[in-house]
Design a protein. Sequence first.
Length: 392
Amino acid sequence: MKLLTTLIFATLLSGCAAAPTAVTVPERVLFNDAAFVKPAAMVTPEQIFALTPEMKAYAAKIRLIDHAKPKHQALFDALYERDQLRLDYDSEMTRTAAQAFDARSGNCLSLVIMTAAFARELGLEVQFQRITSEDTWSRAGSLYFSSGHVNLVLGKRNFDAFNIYDSSQAVTIDFLPPPDADKMPTEVISERRIIAMYMNNRAAETMVAGKLDDAYWWARAAVENDPGYLLAYNTLATVYQRHGDMRLADQTLRFAHEHDPLNTVILFNLSELATAMGRTEEAAKFKSELGRLEPNPPFHFFHLGQKAMEEGDYRKARSMFVREVQRAPYYHEFHFWLAKAAFALGDLKEADKHMGLALVNSTTRSDSAIYASKLASLRLYETRARLRPGQI
């Protein structure tokens, strides 16, 4: 059985305020501490944003070197100009501010956290925001991830009746923004929500690594730090399901569903869990509601394409992968499989194009290495094919 979980990463923009969801956690119902060994040490909320002595020295350097610039612009230049710190994007792990600085890399949420930590050291106002448009999807084995987008605005707050930032005194830090990001609706989110997102990410990442004990405590911490962040309950439920505790998985998902009945991720997991528990009538009800809200769920055409590949129907496979690429043009795996289907059809030009796009859109160093190797092999094959006309 496949259950969805949620992984929230970041990119950026500007926007409007939204009230947090008021949720009280029924601790005795949802938590089962006795079933999971607690890690010897876990990152605290304070440690997520903590600066090391090296980082404080770097902040002091920014003050000295760029004292003529506005502080928010000096920070932006120092962190993200290619001739200075030279940060790289890497979605392998969600890092704390200190870890991202030491590694000189991180996923979007890690880089937002690190930038916020530096901004506060420099005395700047920090505002976190989330783009509220449709999320993107990815997967790792049998786990599927819904990825949202957050941003960071630095500057001085204009204390007027609307409590908004003066654009002349602010700068938006933007990591891998979606197309037309400046036109998408946004909401202001709290630091507490950012902390919960970090912990939820760590829960999902440790679950992928097979560390269910760690995943439980990370998901629990996400719920505790921001009870209104309902996707953390979905992650917690996925931990329970993988641990074999269907009853607690069901209770946790139902709690989240009560507070967000239109959330399709939670609905999908409820339908799958009801099926696994033999509640066929209830599963059908959830699936019906899910079909009404989302007729073609994430990876729907991808799975049809994979099935067609197994059956040797490469034309159908290509058409299914094309549909997924149209829905998610920046997801590397869809391009990779489209390249495979094109290669099977003898279309080396299309195969080369999409293998290249898989490489460009990969978000981890390991994936980049795999796609680079396959692209090199494909181009070697193309060269040999040109030398042997008529042979593919």
